[in-house]
Every structure is written in C-alpha cells, then in structure tokens.
Write a protein that binds this ligand. Structure first.
Ligand code: PLP
Ligand code: MN
Length: 369
C-alpha cells in the first residue's frame, strides 16, 4: 500500500508529516547545473544513474540540462523510466532471466534499451529473446576493472564477447561498461586517481583490441560521483554514469576533497521524546534512513549527534545546551547513504526554502526485479 503523501504544495516545513524525504530544490538544481556544465566542458556525455533518484521526473530534469539518457540497475526500473517517457535507457548490469529479458525487449517499442553482458551464455539468451520479439537490443560488454564485482576480464575475453554480440543477428554491439565501483569512496584524491588511471588503461587496451576486430565501442561508460572527473580526463570514457551527485550524502562528503556538490536530500524527522537532559529521541530510525554507510548527521546543528538507530527511533546526544531541543521540533537528517534512503519512501517533498513547492512519487521505489 502506498504511503499517504506527507505534505501538500504550499505547506510550511513545520507541517510536514514525518519522517519524510525532502529535497532542497535550490541545492539539487545547483548540483544538476554543475554536473551539466562539467560534462559540456569536458566533452563527455552524461547518462546519469537513476538508481539514486528512481524518478522519471528527476531524469527529465537531468535530460533538460543535456544528459543523453539514464542508467538503471534493474528491468523494473527501466520500465518505470520508459513509461515516464525517458527515451534512452542503459541497464548497467547483467540481466539473466528470459522473463526479465522479455520485459526489456517489449520496452524497445517505447525507448532505446541497452544492457550489459559478461558471459556468452547471457549473450545467447538475449539474442534468443530479441529474435522472438523481432527486435534489436544493444549489448555492452562489461569488463572488470578491479571493481571486484561483475565483468569479464579486459582484453581478449572481452573482445571475444564483443565479436559474439556483433555476430548475433538481433543484437547491436554497443561498447564497453567499465565501472570501477570500489574507487568511488577511496578517501584521497591520489588513491582515486590511481584506481581510475589503471581502469582507464585496461579499458583503452580493450577498446584497441576490439578495434582490431573492426568493431567500434560507441559507448565507453563508467564513473560515479567520487571519480567522474578522472574518467572524463582519461580520454577513454565517453559516458559518465554518476548518480549520487544529485543528492550527495554523508559518506561521499567524507571523501577528500569532497565532491563539489551540495547536500540536497534530507529526511525530516520530529523530536518525539526529550525526557532526560542532554538526550532526545527522533521518530526516524534505520527503517527511515539507511545506516549501511554510517549514521546520519544533523543538518545545521553540529552540536547534536545522532548516536543510535533502532527500528523506529533515532537517539540524539546534545553536546551544547542540554535543553535546546523541544518536543515536536523537526530536524533535517543528512543520510549516510542516499540511494537506499530514497528507496524507503513513496514520495519526495520538494522544498523551496522552508515552503513545500512540489510533491512527486519515488516512482521506481522497491523496483528491484
Ligand atoms: N554506475 C554503476 C554501474 C553503479 O553501480 C553506480 C553505483 O553504484 C553508479 C554508476 C553511480 O555511482 P554514484 O551513485 O556513486 O555516483
Ligand atoms: Mn550508493
């Protein structure tokens, strides 16, 4: 069952039902503009990752600023974006059931759909489904550039797979998916630069090996919020897939230097108890905010620490004036990790200052199939 919208346009922040997922629209628009300007100047395309926002509305805001399309992780997310009018979608992942592949093949009637493969078995499965739908799917070879997750070895194994895709009658060889996930949260600039330097070198070798087979990599994609400037500078990557830059989170803010984006996503939470001096309890525990990358921070209140998350309660410690938090007062929490926090809510509440400007759905919430 859907949650009731926690707010209506025109309301003030103090009247929003909590916990609620709120966006500082000025901050978010600044982030979108900054990334768009970066990509324009660097001469790379932006295919922003929708796993962060799960919303065709935000996808269209990105596209209006020049993004060429969206990435998703799951076919169900691809459906939500295609139904919302997004015309170019890359599933930046392997998809391995013929039922899911059929759903993607059906979407090709509405949008351009690409997906990734890292094995011949999956390539043949995609070909069979594309044939049965009398359509063509674009397939990228995913290579493992030390992210330690999916991906075939760069070089010869990747080239063999590219050739197999190109020879499949209903497939188009789309290029390389080369995402170095482990590098995103390496804390120093040097570590991140080195990791992406190595990834870019292995990617470049693979592009060259594939070219020897008379195939071109139209897309060489990868990069996240922690490293995108390095992929852009490499001259190897031509599509950036950053997602979290839209919202930021406390974990990305711990990178040094921190990515040049403002925190725009918050969980609004209410003080429900302040029974003893120096401590208080919020109505938002880990069911309301992700804690996998650390506990939330309190926006604009550095004198308060969020020290413990239980299911529905957040425990606060006040380091300054023990009496400075009143029951019923609301606080903005900065999530440790934006993506899974978004997935806990049905609605975004867009704030212009302290006033609710818009309320719209997290349309692909829970779309993990
Ligand atoms: N590309 C892929 C394949 C990813 O898995 C992710 C995130 O995990 C991203 C891009 C975006 O990363 P971020 O949200 O850190 O910018
Ligand atoms: Mn994430």
């Amino acid at each position: 069952m859907l949650q009731r919208p926690p707010a209506e346009p025109g309301m003030s922040e103090a009247d929003i039902d909590t916990p609620a997922l709120i966006i500082d629209l000025d901050a978010m628009e600044g982030n979108l503009d900054r990334m768009a300007a970066f990509c324009r100047n660097a001469g790379v395309r932006l295919r922003a990752h929708a796993k962060t926002h799960k919303s065709p509305v935000i996808a269209h805001w990105q596209i209006a600023r020049g993004a060429i399309g969206q990435c998703v992780q799951k076919p169900a997310e691809a459906e939500v974006l295609a139904w919302g009018g997004v015309s170019d979608i890359l599933v930046s992942n392997e998809v391995v059931s013929s039922r899911k592949l059929a759903r993607l093949a059906a979407l090709t009637r509405m949008s351009k759909i690409s997906l990734c493969a890292d094995s011949a078995i999956v390539v043949d499965q995609i070909e069979a489904v594309a044939e049965s739908f009398a359509t063509r799917l674009t397939v990228l070879v995913e290579i493992d550039v030390s992210g330690g997750r999916c991906g075939v070895e760069p070089g010869e194994p990747a080239t063999a797979l590219a050739v197999r895709i190109a020879r499949s009658r209903h497939l188009v060889f789309g290029g390389l998916q080369s995402y170095q996930g482990r590098a995103q949260h390496l804390r120093t600039e040097e570590e991140r630069r080195d990791a992406i330097g190595q990834a870019a070198a292995r990617t470049a070798d693979t592009v060259a090996a594939i070219r020897k087979q008379k195939l071109e990599c139209a897309v060489v994609g990868g990069a996240g919020t922690g490293t995108f400037a390095h992929e852009a500078a490499s001259g190897v990557y031509n599509e950036l897939q950053a997602g979290s830059y839209v919202f930021m989170d406390a974990d990305y803010a711990r990178n040094r230097p921190a990515p040049d984006f403002e925190q725009s996503l918050f969980v609004l939470s209410t003080v429900m108890s302040a029974a003893r001096p120096g401590i208080a309890v919020l109505d938002c525990g880990h069911k309301g905010i992700a804690v996998d990358s650390g506990l939330p921070l309190i926006h604009a209140r550095q004198d308060i620490d969020y020290v413990g998350a239980s299911d529905e309660h957040g425990s606060l410690v006040l380091r300054s004036d023990p009496g400075s938090l009143a029951i019923g007062e609301t606080l903005r929490l900065i999530p440790g990790h934006c993506d899974p926090t978004v997935d806990r809510y049905d609605w975004y509440v867009g704030m212009r200052g302290k006033r609710v400007e818009c309320v719209f759905p997290v349309a692909a919430r829970g779309m993990m199939q």
